[in-house]
Design a protein around this ligand. Structure first.
Ligand code: ADP
Length: 583
């Protein structure tokens, strides 16, 4: 083995010396393999770099501790770019900035150990000059689907199965958008799963619950369609291997209606995985890193094309119809503060692609907007990392206290109510408090502890000291709460749920949280066939939309389980309408 290594090093030296002799001002390293390390979001990221005397010849990135969807992808993309650029200072993968920056820092560390002059590497970078003028490319197709989140992928599967010519554009280097983040499930009524499990439900009740949850601002026609077509959508998911058989209760529903994957995994990641697998099986290639920028119409105002920017080309797609499935605008601060100046500075839980592009492009063609100022806040978001502390933490027994050390609300009221209560507290934040017993039973908490956002102590008093709260006050608050759990009665705020376990097992944990932007309920106006409607109440011929880009389905407040229902049901409707339109 030793012999092999020396032969390898000798060869590398030889290679290095020869190359160095030809280009004396080139980069120079001490040949060998070096490992650098830097902290990512959840874990240290390690980068192993092999260099000859003047070339980076091997990059191995281990970012396995990061989110599974993005860690691997960032590792793959940055390996490629570092080798190509011959410097660690390459572009971050959009959507994975923290992980990318950790990779860049770890690679720099390794290269400094190898004796590199990082400034020289930058000056000599090898991928320079390639960014020049992009070439133009024109592509003929029948349909352009913009956005590969839940709605876009659903529509794409349907279009493919009908034998239609189409392209599916995605501006990020990966699919899934906000859909990936959905954890609960999909609401649906009168499904075969409900019948098999003896659950009585009706589409009328589903519609009524949705209207009530949305403060009756919703478009009743869209809500009726969502309810009526929900069981059919569940059947369709069965046919593509995306079964959601596990039914439970979700806030705002009169009966058990939320359908989730059998294995308890988050519904969004599960569906994105199944949709991606189905598209692959069907031979559909998603055009990644390709952002639609403009919708084109002919002299009669009918959709006839889309302009888009890719990494290598600027595209003009010539087509007959477009499905907008670009999601919401919860990641575009300039846009949400335009409609809601009060939300300035609020952090977001949204995927980075949720920048409202579809809304802006449709508006340019005169599309009407509905409920655009209706934005749902999630009450428990850690502000420095935007990590969302799942509702299950409160559901399993956590409480919220303010900086004064006292509770201030029933922690399990609707998201808007709890958020509003937090914003009334001094500093507009709160602490979520839980114990080791809760941590042991809820896997999600591991991620919070690993990412360093939790404060931890062996006693409540010790925890209070670290939080800057008077220890005796927090001790009394937690003591009182444990009594309420025992009595199953909360005389202070009337909480009746999430009271199955008290907070008595050390160590104790706290996370500082405040509201974060979660879902944009408003968007472009559609009719029940997913046709986009303009400000004069007329359809824009050839333009269809589905999912979070649309307004009207959720009204003033979206119920948990209705985002997934929305994307699957209206994704299917949009595809069917396109098929009817282009016939
Ligand atoms: P929905 O649930 O409504 O499908 P998602 O947020 O899951 O919404 O998906 C929307 C997708 O659209 C995201 O993957 C996002 O990156 C993508 N997207 C947004 N704007 C554009 C654009 N201009 N061009 C291509 N893709 C886009």
């Amino acid at each position: 083995m030793k012999k092999l290594i020396s032969v390898f090093l000798a060869l590398m030296l030889l290679f290095g010396v020869t190359a160095a002799a030809e280009t004396p001002e080139e980069n120079s390293f001490t040949p060998g393999t070096y490992t650098g390390e830097a902290q990512g979001i959840f874990a240290p990221v390690k980068v192993q770099i092999t260099v000859t005397a003047n070339k980076i010849i091997g990059v191995f990135i281990n970012a396995k501790g990061e989110t599974p969807e993005l860690g691997g992808l960032a590792a793959e993309k940055l390996t490629e770019s570092i080798l190509k650029a011959q410097t660690p200072h390459v572009d971050a993968l959009s959507g994975a900035t923290v992980t990318s920056n950790a990779i860049i820092a770890a690679a720099s560390d390794a290269l400094v150990q190898a004796g590199a002059d990082l400034e020289k590497l930058d000056a000599n970078r090898k991928d320079k000059g390639e960014a020049g003028e992009k070439q133009e490319k024109e592509i003929e197709t029948d349909v352009v689907v913009i956005g590969a989140g839940g709605a876009g992928m659903t529509a794409a599967i349907m279009l493919n199965q009908a034998g239609t010519n189409f392209v599916l554009l995605e501006k990020m280097p990966y699919a899934g958008g906000n859909t990936t983040k959905a954890t609960g499930g999909m609401n649906a009524a009168e499904t075969h799963y409900q019948k098999e499990q003896g659950i009585e439900d009706s589409t009328a009740l589903f519609a009524a619950d949705t209207m009530k949850g949305g403060h009756a601002l919703n478009d009743p026609a869209l809500v009726a369609v969502m309810a009526n077509e929900s069981a059919g959508a569940i059947d369709w998911l069965d046919t593509i291997g995306a079964e959601l058989p596990k039914i439970s209760f979700s806030g705002g529903a009169s009966v058990n209606r939320i359908h989730a994957p059998e294995d308890g995994s988050g519904v969004g990641a599960f569906l994105v995985d199944r949709f991606s697998a189905k598209l692959k099986e069907l031979g559909v290639e998603i055009m990644y890193d390709t952002a639609a920028t403009e919708l084109l119409t002919d002299e009669e105002g009918k959709i006839c094309g889309v302009k888009a920017e890719g990494a290598e080309y600027n595209y003009t797609f010539r087509c007959k119809a477009v499905i907008l499935a670009t999601g919401g605008f919860g990641a575009n601060e300039a846009m949400y503060t335009q409609y809601r100046p009060d939300l300035k500075g609020t952090v977001t839980t949204n995927a980075p692609g949720a920048t409202g592009d579809g809304i802006i492009m449709a508006q340019a063609l005169g599309a009407a907007l509905v409920d655009i100022e209706q934005i749902q806040l999630h009450p428990t978001v850690e502000q420095t990392t935007s990590i969302l502390i799942t509702e299950s933490v409160r559901g399993d027994g956590a409480i919220l206290v303010n900086q004064g050390g006292v509770r201030f609300t029933n922690e399990l009221l609707t998201r808007d109510a709890v958020s509003a209560a937090e914003l009334e507290q001094e500093g507009q934040y709160a602490w979520i408090i839980f114990d080791q017993n809760l941590r042991d039973h809820l896997k999600a908490t591991e991620k919070y502890v690993k990412s360093g956002i939790t404060v931890q102590a062996d006693t409540i008093e010790g925890l209070a000291e670290q939080l800057g709260i008077a220890p005796d006050v927090l001790k009394k608050t937690v003591g009182d709460w444990n009594g309420y759990v025992k009595d199953q009665r909360d005389p202070d705020f009337g909480r009746t749920t999430g009271m199955n376990a008290d907070l008595t097992t050390a160590p104790y944990y706290a996370i500082k949280i405040a509201p974060g932007i979660h879902h944009t309920m408003g968007g472009v106006k559609i009719d029940t066939r997913a046709r986009v409607i303009n400000t004069e109440g007329k359809e824009i011929p050839g333009l269809f939309a589905a999912g979070e880009v649309c307004g009207g389905v959720h009204g003033g407040n979206r119920l948990g389980g209705n985002a997934v229902a929305d994307i699957v049901i209206f994704g299917r409707i949009a595809a069917q309408s396109v098929l009817d339109y282009i016939k």
